[in-house]
Structure formats: structure tokens, C-alpha cells
Design a protein around this ligand. Structure first.
Ligand code: COA
Ligand code: AMP
Length: 629
């Protein structure tokens, strides 16, 4: 039996012993006596009697083992034109003192800390300091605007907010302090304090309850790790669902640590002392898992990059960093590679860089298109490994396990289910489909360690959103198929979640902004294919009668509102005024059929369509053969 087949079947047949064995990679204050607790099914807990500290596993133990001089984190800022290196001993010192600073401001076990920072080492330091205290962090991506930040503050109810004075985007400085203050004008909840890392590109004048990062850290004593239960939350990460309210994905401490340690060696083939670079913002799942926690738990070196794949200053930024830090594994989104390919199709910026340290390019976050797959493979001369996961799964559900047993790669497929993930394809009535047939991708419960345990303060929404559709299964929201060799193909979302440049967004949130415009009677937003970003949002509005607004003016106003309400990350640019929206006789807008046309799929219109002529008139816009910008 192959190593993969053996591991996979053991994880299915006897998850208790499989995961207890994996748990040996973690240092526990109290070793778990059992792996899976299914006493509250369909809610599952991992290592229920285990006691640990995630920060201890990420930092202290490596220093205690004599590896304090090993590089833990390197920071490359193309925006600030700076680079910094932190050994494990450096990071431990900073993290334990920042944990002291948080404790001085009243943060203790179970309290929440909201982190709103750009890609600076202090973001990782703040996350690890929370873990050290047993506090729960919630990192919010810097590209979200004040109202999105406000809804996360009200849901997480943080004791402290940790922020930077600004982020650096090409051509502009994003001032964070005014965004935080604007968010706090809107919230019910008020944190006790805000800590601000002053960056020289734009310093903030501090007001009441606002403290300077350097001042609080120099006044603090280092603190030791707080032992927590395996099942205690490590963090909440908000992600887009189908409604306007973001979902607070809760990750535990123990299952997360075990899953990450297992994946570093078995999926990524990264060993202690080697360098892994997950080029993702810390505000997203990949940034949490493989920019911060995964490599550190394993004793490897991680890279944090503040910049873009292109334009900061050129399309060679990735290759330069790989060469400089001898990166073994690069993990990024296909959109980043498409951006490089577009600017430098012949790889001129790659020439002259020694990237021989690179063993594998891993891609995730959105569909990997065949052109990007083959271009990256030809240019870099290394395997390009697609793998599939979600904020909810927390780590890859399907992958080619390069450390366990590299398998043949099939373009278009993220390969096979990772041990622990029992992936099934179900038809809409909940029956298994035949091999090779498309259906809904589901994970048969129990889910493996590291996957979300619930939604923050909303067990019912967790059940409703993920577990209620098919009894005994977690619904991923993706459609796909499994072929005769057991390879999974992910074909796209079945709901209203879209993926713009690897950033997950809800069309419902965008529709709410369009609908709030006084001239708009009704609207729909769908994701349409885009050559660079994978998908972009396209909006359709029907005006109120007598609205009397020029289409261009309306477009500009709505684009500005989306930027102010949701954030620049929505990258919303496309808006069309139309005579009507296609609907069923019961008044439901046919977004799914609109999406099918936009994606060039042949899909029969529902028999219940009320106004087929409207649908026909919209087709050229949906197909992109009509532009307004
Ligand atoms: N803070 C503030 N604004 C931000 C931001 C942040 N952290 N991140 C992005 N933005 C802004 C951008 O400046 C841009 O603003 P603009 O409209 O004024 O130009 C807007 O949000 C849209 O950003 P984006 O869609 O990222 O476009 P881009 O042109 O800046 O970059 C890519 C395009 C493809 C290079 C970039 O999106 C990328 O590298 N994506 C990879 C994503 C990724 O790693 N995802 C994680 C999964 S692995
Ligand atoms: P996020 O929660 O932001 O990680 O987004 C998760 C979604 O991104 C998934 O539900 C998929 O729709 C999509 N996705 C992630 N990885 C892949 C992949 N390798 N192939 C296709 N889609 C992917």
C-alpha cells in the first residue's frame, strides 16, 4: 500500500489513534488521553483533555531546545524599503513582552483582541502574544472599510484593539487610525484601549485610550505562557457568508496545532530550519496558518512580505526574495502568478535569480486555470501544486502530499483528500453521485482537527449554514467531482460567495450597498470571470421611476459607496443600469442563471421564469460583449 493510501485509510478507520500519534509533534502540559470527542455530535471537539499553549509550541520550545539563534521570521517590505530578521530568541523576547503589555491593559485568558494591521512583523507578534495569554485574537484585513471593521468589533467585543498608524499601498498611504475611530463611532461595543504601532510614513496623534506600541512594550514585563484547554479558542477569523453578517470562524488551540504540525511535513515537506513563504496577508486564512503559525510550530523560518507581486518595484519581487532567503516552498494565490505573467510573460525578471532552493510552488484560494499552471511550471521548473481549502477548513482539505508521497499531478485538480477529510460528492437530494459526476462537495462528519469548531457566539448559525443541508455532512459551498483515480476537481461556488484576486467576498454585502442608493429600485451583483483577478463583481441596477440620474454619475457614486462601506478590497468597478432583472414568478432574482451565462455555461432557464425577454436583453452584458468602462 502506498504511504498516502495507508495514512488516509488509517485516518478514516481509526481517527483516534491516527491523530493521537500526530499529537506527539506538539508539546502538551497535559497530554490528551483521547483524540476525538463526539459526545455532542454534530459538534466535535479534538483532544478534549489536552492542555497546551500554542505560543509555547511556536516559540519557547525551540529556544528551550537550543535553537534560539535560528531564524524564525524575516520581513521584507518593498513598500517601506526595509528588511528585518528575527531569530526565535528575538521573537520570544518581543512576544512575551508584548503579552505583558496586553496583560497590563487587562487582557486575560478568553478575552478578545482585535488586530487591524498591515504586513508588519508586529502583526505576528500581536497574534502570538494573544496565544501566549490564552486570549483570542481576531485579525481584520486592512483592505476592509470602517463599517466592516465595526461589525467585527461588535461581534468579537475585544478588550483591546492593536493597530498600526498606517498601511502602505502602491501610490498611497492608508491611514488606519481614522478608520478605527470611524468604526468606533458606529459600534455598540467599546474596547478599553487601542495600541498603535507608529509608522513613520504617517504617525497618528494619540487620543484618550490610545497607546503607543513602543511605550507599552518598553514598560511591560515579559509573561510566561498560560496553559489552555485544547478546545479553547485560539482565534476568530471573520469570513464572508451569503448574508451581510460575516461569519466568525472559531479555531481551537489543540486541533489547530496538531493539524498544522502534521501538514508542514506531510503536505508541504518543510522541515525545521527550512524556509516557507506563504505570500498572503495575515488578514486571511493562509496568512494565519502558513505565514504565522505553521512554520513556527514546526521550527522553520517564515517570510512576511509587505508589497505586491508586481510593481513593487517590479515583477521580480518574488524571485528576489526566494533567492535571498532560500525559500523552499512558496504558497500564494493563482492571481499573484497571473499578475506576474501579465507583466513579465517571458520571465525576464526571473533571469539572473538563483531560485534553486525552491522545491514546490503551492497555489490555493481560487481556481487554478490551465494557463497559469503551465506558465508557472515552465518558468520555475518546479512542481506547481494546486490545493483546495477554505477559511473554515483552516488547512488543505485536498492536496498532493509532497512530504508524505508525491503523487502524479493532474491539471485542474487539487489532487486527493488529505487524511482526515472524508470528501463526498452529493446530489441536491443528498445522494452520492456517480464517479466523475458533478455535485456538491461535502465533508462527512466528523471533520478533522484544525477545522472550525463553531461560529463565534453562534452555534445555531454554524449548524444552519454548514450542517443542516445534509445530515452528517459539512457543506463546503463548492461544487465538484471525484474522478476514477480519486482526484477531486473543484468547479466553483454554489452560493453567493465570490473570490476576487483570492479575496473572499459576499455579493449580498455588495448588493446591500447598491440597494441603499436612493435612485435604485432593485439590484443584483454576481461574480463574473476576470483574466487577472479570477472573478470580479458586476452589479446590475434597476432605477426607481423618475430617478433622473445619469448612469455615469450613479456609477461613480455607487463605486465610492462600496469603497467606503465595504472597502477598496471589493475592487468594485462594473455597474450597469438595466430595465429589469430576470426573476421567477415568485419574485426571486435568477442570479444562478445570470452567473451561468457570464461563465459561458450552457444551463437551462428555470421553467418558472417570469420575464425571459429581460434575460435575453441582459445576455450581452453578462457575456461581457458590452462594456461600460
Ligand atoms: N489595505 C488597504 N487597501 C488594500 C489592502 C490593504 N491591506 N489590500 C488591497 N488594498 C486595496 C488595493 O490598494 C486596491 O486599491 P485601489 O482600488 O485603490 O487600487 C484595492 O484594495 C484592490 O486590491 P487588489 O484586488 O488586491 O488589487 P491590486 O491591484 O492591489 O493587486 C494582486 C492585485 C493580484 C497583485 C493582488 O490582489 C494579490 O497579490 N493577490 C493575492 C491575494 C492573496 O494572496 N490571497 C490570499 C489567498 S492565498
Ligand atoms: P477562503 O475562505 O477565502 O479561503 O475561500 C475559500 C473558497 O475559495 C473555496 O470555497 C473555493 O471556492 C475557493 N478555493 C480555494 N482553493 C481553491 C482551489 N484550489 N481551487 C478552486 N477553488 C478554490
Amino acid at each position: 500500500m502506498s504511504a498516502y493510501a495507508d495514512a488516509y485509510s488509517r485516518s478514516m478507520a481509526d481517527p483516534q489513534s491516527f491523530w493521537l500519534e500526530a499529537a506527539e509533534a506538539i508539546d502538551w502540559y497535559e497530554k490528551p488521553g483521547r483524540a476525538l470527542d463526539d459526545s455532542e455530535a454534530p459538534f466535535f471537539n479534538w483532544f478534549p483533555d489536552g492542555v497546551l499553549n500554542t505560543c509555547y509550541n511556536a516559540l519557547d520550545r525551540h529556544v528551550a531546545q537550543g535553537n534560539g539563534d535560528r531564524l524564525a521570521l524575516v520581513w521584507e517590505s518593498a513598500m517601506a524599503n526595509r528588511a528585518e530578521r528575527y531569530t526565535y530568541a528575538d521573537l520570544l523576547d518581543l512576544v512575551s513582552r508584548f503579552a505583558g503589555a496586553l496583560r497590563n491593559l487587562g487582557v486575560g485568558r478568553g478575552d478578545r483582541v482585535l488586530i487591524y494591521m498591515p504586513m508588519v512583523p508586529e502583526a505576528a507578534i500581536a497574534m502570538l502574544a494573544c496565544a501566549r495569554l490564552g486570549a483570542i485574537h481576531s485579525v481584520v484585513f486592512g483592505g476592509f472599510a470602517a463599517p466592516e471593521l465595526a461589525s467585527r468589533i461588535d461581534d468579537a467585543e475585544p478588550t483591546v484593539i492593536v493597530a498600526a498608524s498606517c498601511g502602505l499601498e502602491p501610490g498611497r498611504v492608508v491611514e488606519y487610525t481614522p478608520i478605527i475611530r470611524a468604526a468606533l463611532e458606529k459600534t455598540r461595543h467599546r474596547p478599553d484601549s487601542t495600541i498603535i504601532l507608529q509608522r513613520k510614513q504617517s504617525m497618528s496623534e494619540l487620543g484618550e485610550g490610545e497607546f503607543d506600541w513602543d511605550a507599552v512594550i518598553s514598560a511591560a514585563e515579559p509573561v510566561e505562557c498560560e496553559p489552555v484547554m485544547s478546545t479553547d479558542p485560539l482565534y476568530i477569523l471573520y469570513t464572508s457568508g451569503t448574508t451581510g453578517k460575516p461569519k466568525g470562524v472559531v479555531r481551537d488551540n489543540g486541533g489547530h496545532a496538531v493539524a498544522l504540525a502534521w501538514s508542514l511535513t506531510n503536505v508541504y515537506n518543510v522541515q525545521p530550519g527550512e524556509t516557507m513563504w506563504a505570500a498572503s496577508d495575515v488578514g486571511w486564512q493562509v496568512g494565519h496558518t502558513y505565514t504565522v503559525y505553521g512554520p513556527l510550530i514546526c521550527g522553520a523560518t517564515t517570510v512576511m512580505f509587505e508589497g505586491k507581486p508586481v510593481g513593487t518595484p517590479d515583477a521580480g519581487a518574488f524571485w528576489r526574495i526566494i533567492e535571498k532567503h532560500k525559500v523552499k516552498v512558496l504558497l500564494t494565490a493563482p492571481t499573484a502568478i497571473r499578475a506576474i505573467k501579465r507583466v513579465d510573460p517571458d520571465g525576464k525578471c526571473l533571469a539572473g535569480h538563483d531560485i534553486s532552493s525552491l522545491e514546490t510552488l503551492f497555489l490555493a484560494g481560487e481556481r487554478l486555470d490551465p494557463d497559469t499552471y503551465s506558465w508557472a511550471g515552465n518558468m520555475l521548473g518546479v512542481p506547481v501544486v494546486d490545493h483546495w481549502w477554505q477559511t473554515e477548513t483552516g488547512w488543505p482539505a485536498c492536496a498532493n502530499l509532497r512530504g508524505l508521497e508525491p503523487m502524479a499531478l493532474k491539471p485542474g485538480s487539487p489532487s486527493v483528500p488529505v487524511p482526515g477529510f472524508d470528501i463526498r460528492v452529493l446530489s441536491s437530494d443528498g445522494n452520492p453521485v456517480q464517479t466523475g459526476t458533478e455535485g456538491m462537495l461535502c465533508i462527512k462528519l466528523p471533520q478533522p482537527p484544525g477545522m472550525l469548531s463553531t461560529l463565534w457566539k453562534d452555534k445555531e448559525r454554524y449548524r444552519e449554514a454548514y450542517l443542516s443541508r445534509f445530515d452528517g455532512y459539512y457543506l463546503t459551498g463548492d461544487s465538484g467531482l471525484i474522478d476514477e483515480d480519486g482526484y477531486v476537481f473543484v468547479l466553483g461556488r454554489t452560493d453567493d460567495v465570490i473570490n476576487v484576486a483570492g479575496h473572499r467576498l459576499s455579493t449580498g454585502v455588495l448588493e446591500a450597498v447598491l440597494a441603499a442608493h436612493p435612485a435604485v429600485a432593485e439590484c443584483a451583483v454576481i461574480g463574473v470571470p476576470d483574466a487577472l483577478k479570477g472573478q470580479v463583481a458586476r452589479g446590475f441596477v434597476v432605477l426607481k421611476s423618475g430617478a433622473g440620474i445619469a448612469e455615469d454619475t450613479l456609477r461613480q457614486e455607487i463605486i465610492a459607496s462600496v469603497r467606503a462601506e465595504v472597502g477598496p478590497v471589493a475592487a468594485f468597478r462594473e455597474l450597469y443600469v438595466v430595465d429589469g432583472l430576470p426573476k421567477t414568478r415568485s419574485g426571486k432574482i435568477l442570479r444562478r442563471s445570470m452567473r451561468a451565462i457570464a461563465e459561458g455555461r450552457d444551463e437551462a432557464l428555470p421553467a418558472t421564469i417570469e420575464n425571459p425577454e429581460i434575460f435575453t436583453s441582459l445576455s450581452p452584458i453578462l457575456q461581457g460583449s458590452h462594456t461600460n468602462h
